[in-house]
Ligand binder design. Structure first.
Ligand code: IYR
Length: 229
């Protein structure tokens, strides 16, 4: 009765939940927000290597994201091979050049202007971690299945958020990069044609002289981004 689920589907006890006392709960919530507020999108990367185990943990964290029907409609390609990275950079910079030379349209280019981005993407070759995220139209809760997937963008978006938080927690800086269009990733990453290239996540150590745009420090307040009815 009122359980919010049917009892005939096989269920197991919730054993992973830990309840904190009210004071600890509050301080954890505050500390987590404070920690995430220190995250910055960085475009100036050092070429220092990162332990691949850290990347594996970040993928593990991303893979815990909630997803439509628990189909986990994502695949992460860690691109290490220098030849692939060179090809990727060349393809991305070609698209970006067209974008910045006008294809993006006046309003979009004006919105980006305070970020100071342009078509040069050296980090695609120099940053130690480059992960291409793919969204799967078909799949299932197990590898090899080909059922229809649901809420694909929402699911993969949340997984990317988890991954960014995990990399930040490990002490790395990150960049979400979405070359537009990014169909070229399919071939470079050897993925099937029915998977959609979703996002590139770049991570590593910041360059010694790394800077971030002042514009990116403007954040809306809790009062501005929420209504309590
Ligand atoms: N993909 C381009 C343009 C770009 C678009 C948005 I929206 C940004 O927030 C940042 C950049 C690029 O990566 O330069």
């Amino acid at each position: 009765m009122n359980a919010g689920h049917r009892d005939d589907a096989k269920r197991v006890p919730l054993t992973d939940y830990v309840e904190y006392g009210p004071a600890e709960m509050l301080s954890r919530a505050a500390a987590f927000a404070k920690h995430l507020k220190r995250r910055r999108t960085v475009r100036d990367f050092a070429d220092r290597p990162v332990d691949p185990e850290i990347v594996k943990h970040a993928i593990d964290a991303a893979g815990t994201a909630p997803s439509g029907a628990n189909h986990q409609p994502w695949h992460f390609v860690v691109i290490q091979d220098p030849a692939r990275r060179k090809a990727l950079r060349e393809a991305a910079e070609k698209e970006e050049k067209a974008f910045y030379e006008g294809k993006g349209g006046e309003e979009w280019l004006q919105a980006l202007s305070p970020l100071g981005t342009d078509s040069s993407k050296p980090f695609l070759e120099t940053a130690p971690v480059l992960i291409a995220v793919f969204a799967q139209k078909r799949g299932g809760e197990k590898i090899g299945q080909s059922k229809k997937n649901y809420y694909i963008n929402e699911s993969v978006g949340i997984a990317c958020g988890f991954m960014l938080a995990a990399l930040h927690e490990a002490g790395l800086v990150t960049l979400t990069h979405t070359p537009n269009p990014m169909k070229f990733l399919t071939e470079i990453c050897e993925r099937p044609a029915d998977e959609k290239p979703f996002m590139l996540i770049v991570a590593g150590y910041p360059a010694d002289d790394a800077t971030v745009p002042e514009h990116a420090l403007i954040k809306k307040t809790v009062g501005e981004i929420s209504s309590w009815l």
